[in-house]
Design a protein around this ligand. Sequence first.
Ligand code: G3P
Length: 224
Amino acid sequence: MRLFLDTANIKQIREVARMGVLSGVTTNPTLMAKEKGVSYRDRVVEICEAVDGPISAECTSRTVDELVPEAREVAAWHPNVVVKIPIDEVGLEATSKLSAEGIKINMTLVFSANQALLAATAGATYISPFVGRLDDAGHDGMEVVRESVEIFDQYNLPAQVLAASLRHPRHVIEAALAGAPIATLPYAVLMAMLKHPLTDTGIERFLKDSRSYEKESAKEPSGS
Ligand code: G3P
């Protein structure tokens, strides 16, 4: 399973990339609105230069005539850019046109396996079910991931399920067990995956004990 970061924050992206666990990044207009003093294009290019993997950048046009040229322009920012398009009639039509040109699409705001199937059929490379937002509405968000993975596997569809809107480390485990090839996580969720109180106390204890034997060996006369 590949892990992506769901953020437009370059500091967080660089930090996680240095740990060797980052395979890509997803952004959206809401995440970008948190970044001040930088254009969307410049930030996406900066991310592409920091991470060698798919970097999703979202389009906002609401007609096919506007969305297709916007997506072509976004795709031209960098070879690693994946164009993120919300699923609806306009999104599907644009996706079928753009994927035929070889542009990679991440179909976003997916809330059902039916939407996932339509997105895959239109030619999207990545399909993003929003698990947390479904959970918030009282549904089992992970069920969409499970069903979509099963459908794509059963029919050998090349589209990849990108589990999104993950809110806590348990979501990541469940997405992995469901067979999602990719999960995109907020920085805080990735750090929560890493941390364990027993690791912290274990490191502290080993450090303390190593200091005590270093002291002991320092006391021993040389040559003994
Ligand atoms: O990748 C989609 C993600 O950004 C949505 O997350 O937490 O806003 O539902 P959230």
